[in-house]
Design a protein around this ligand. Structure first.
Ligand SMILES: [Zn+2]
Length: 304
């Protein structure tokens, strides 16, 4: 059971839609198993070049890319890639206030319902990428409960004036206090913990990403002590960590600490068309770490 479900559970009542969603999940599960079967069959038939397939990496679970953006594409185009690549997709539209600048930002129940309707009946998990810390108030608990999962990240951070700053902005150093790199890193770790503790999320996306002024010294900034703070919070609040093939992060030593602490994981690309479903780094790293089905996050069934 996830944070979100803890928060929302009281508002949930049994109804026919519920049953419909349960059967949709069975369909999804069957779809994922089906993909696995296709992968195995393809592998048996050709045995050459089984790239990007769970079986080839010795993984005992079907591949899911939980961080797929539909920007500049359509669900049907994206689903062609899902089939081609033997990877199931979790689609995440950005969600939050209109103050967040993205091609599309879902900001109220009507927009969220439109998004859910657009994905209805498609063999995907339906998620959102939540923005900043005021997103949940944009929606009713009933509407949020229809999502399969909520992913967020820590890449938007309070600036000197307290307002949200995208840490990947060119002018980040003038807007966020980071002259003292170590002091910034401590605040950044605290920001991870705060988001994990307070936001009703299922997945921490883009895990361990660092802004450009720090990125070259990843290992100096992500010390085992700091990693433990983040992974302990993730375990406690049942938030899964994304192993990102888009960023090729977290590095294996980070993930080793996370695995030992009992974290759950998802794979993600953060891909825009046609880069979704390219999970090479995630698959390879999971193979090296010996991750199994039990280490991986799966959206909770709707009756929980
Ligand atoms: Zn994203």
């Amino acid at each position: 059971m996830t944070n979100r479900h803890h928060v929302l559970q009281d508002n949930r009542k049994p109804r026919t839609e519920e049953q419909e969603r349960v059967s949709r999940r069975k369909f999804l599960a069957a779809g994922a198993a089906g993909l696995g079967a296709v992968i195995l069959a393809t592998k048996a038939a050709t045995s050459a070049e089984p790239a990007n397939e769970s079986a080839s990496a010795g993984l005992d679970f079907p591949l899911v890319d939980f961080h797929v953006h539909l920007d500049n594409s359509t669900i049907d185009k994206v689903l062609e890639l899902s089939r081609e690549r033997g990877v199931m997709f979790g689609v995440v539209e950005h969600a939050g206030t209109k103050e967040n600048e993205y091609p599309t930002v879902l900001s109220n129940d009507a927009e969220l319902q439109g998004y859910l309707a657009m994905l209805a009946g498609k063999p995907v998990y339906r998620g959102v990428q939540a923005e900043w810390i005021d997103w949940a108030g944009c929606f009713s608990p009933e509407a949020l409960a229809q999502l399969d999962y909520v992913l967020t990240d820590t890449m938007t951070f309070p600036g000197k004036d307290g307002r949200r700053v995208k840490l990947w902005s060119e002018d980040v150093e003038s807007r966020v206090e980071m002259a003292d790199r170590q002091a910034f890193m401590d605040r950044y770790v605290d920001w991870h913990v705060e988001i994990i503790e307070k936001q009703p999320i299922d997945v921490l996306g883009n895990t361990s990403w660092l802004p450009r002024p720090l990125a070259d010294d990843y290992e100096a900034f992500w010390t085992p002590e700091r990693i433990r703070k983040v992974v302990d919070a993730a375990v406690k609040h049942e938030v899964a960590l994304e192993i990102s093939s888009g960023f090729r992060l977290p590095k294996p030593y980070f993930l080793k600490i996370a695995k030992a602490a009992g974290c759950r994981f998802v794979f993600g690309s953060n891909g825009r068309y046609p880069k979704m479903g390219l999970l090479d780094y995630s698959v390879r790293t999971a193979g090296q770490l010996g991750l199994t089905k039990a280490d991986m996050f799966t959206p909770a069934p709707d009756d929980r």
